[in-house]
Design a protein around this ligand. Sequence first.
Ligand SMILES: [Zn+2]
Length: 95
Amino acid sequence: MFIDPLVLKGFFTPGLRVLASGIVSMLMISVSVVGIIALSRKIAAREIIATYVSQRLCASCGYGLHDAVIEPDACTICPECGAAWRLGERPTSEG
Ligand SMILES: [Zn+2]
């Protein structure tokens, strides 16, 4: 059930109420679309970061972290830009 947010019936003429209700609806739709776009960007950014990190590349600058030192807190600090990533264990050459 839609509740008309403009209950000031004595203040607005019927035409203005329809116009104001339409504007309110458009604003609500706009806010929803902006929220969906922001969420989509966040999901895409996480996928890009996961792809870079899985290839042992810095997701901030793209520098190769294959030989970088794994710190005691399990993070690898990029020597190029200083970003820290949890790359996991270094893959062994034995396969
Ligand atoms: Zn970097």
